[in-house]
Design a protein around this ligand. Structure first.
Ligand code: ADE
Length: 263
């Protein structure tokens, strides 16, 4: 009996309680605009407050989900993702939101389904400039890869879901859906030269501020993830104005693809 009590005590200490045993899909967006359509479609909604952060549980297209607005930037994304993965029984994570397009052939409203995500601001500043370095997994002390690969099944589902999907037009142009590498950093990129460096130097299609955090945490905890981004701007000198003009349409296009994936 004493050993049973001891066992239960150890279990209490060494496991983090999940609110439910049923596996759920975690959905993260950084800004209110990015999760609005998702929350509008959420059925049987139940709000849970953890450390001041609201987590919206419910059903989307009959799938159990937990939605959270992380806030912008890497620290905010780390906070929300950690709470999401610690307090809910999450089987996979999908990030939905906007990004700056880096491929000159892509325009606002277009969607980039992430094939991988990486930190474009993690590394070493040498006289010749920034050299990207690998992060290290604090859980096992092993170096992480530079690129965190999005789950191939989720990429395939997203690609299929995009076929025939009617997206919102931007200035009479029907947006396209592409796949590509996504660059994450704690900066809003609004400089043509930086955008060119990210496109030509790292082969990325979109720049944003949260995806690689979600990717790194999911990689370290072995949870499949996907990052979907619709372009609000081209990360160039006009990016601030374009972002404000197109962020709502782009947020909606990304959410439309997410909802179709869940169907
Ligand atoms: N999110 C939307 N546009 C962005 C940009 N240009 N840079 C970083 N994050 C973004």
């Amino acid at each position: 009996m004493r050993s049973l009590i001891l066992l239960l005590f150890c279990f209490q200490i060494f496991t983090i309680p999940a609110f439910s045993q049923k596996k759920k899909i975690g959905i993260i967006g950084a800004m209110p605009e990015e999760i609005k359509l998702v929350l509008d479609s959420l059925k049987e909604r139940k709000d849970t407050l953890i450390k001041g952060q609201v987590f919206y549980s419910g059903k989307l297209k009959n799938k159990e989900v937990v939605v959270v607005e992380s806030g912008v930037g890497k620290a905010n994304a780390a906070f929300s993702t950690t709470l999401l993965l610690s307090f809910f029984d999450i089987s996979q994570v999908i990030f939905t939101g906007v990004a700056g397009g880096l491929n000159p052939k892509h325009f606002p409203g277009d969607i980039v389904i992430g094939t991988s995500v990486f930190h474009h601001d993690y590394g070493q500043i040498l006289p010749e400039g920034l050299v990207l370095r690998k992060t290290r997994n604090v859980l096992n002390k092993v170096q992480n890869p530079l690129d965190f690969k999005c789950d191939s099944v989720l990429i395939a589902k997203a690609t299929r879901a995009g076929i025939g999907l009617v997206l919102q037009k931007v200035e009479k142009r029907t947006p396209g859906i592409y796949t590509g590498k996504i660059a994450t950093g704690d900066v809003f990129v609004s400089d043509k030269k930086k955008a060119e460096w990210l496109f030509n130097g790292t082969g990325s299609s979109a720049a944003e501020m949260e995806g690689a955090v979600v990717g790194q945490l999911c990689y370290q905890l072995d949870i499949p993830f996907l990052v979907i981004r619709s372009l609000s701007d081209n990360a160039n000198n006009e990016a601030t104005v374009d972002f404000n003009t197109f962020k709502v349409i782009a947020s909606q296009n990304s959410a439309l693809l997410l909802l179709r994936i869940l169907e």
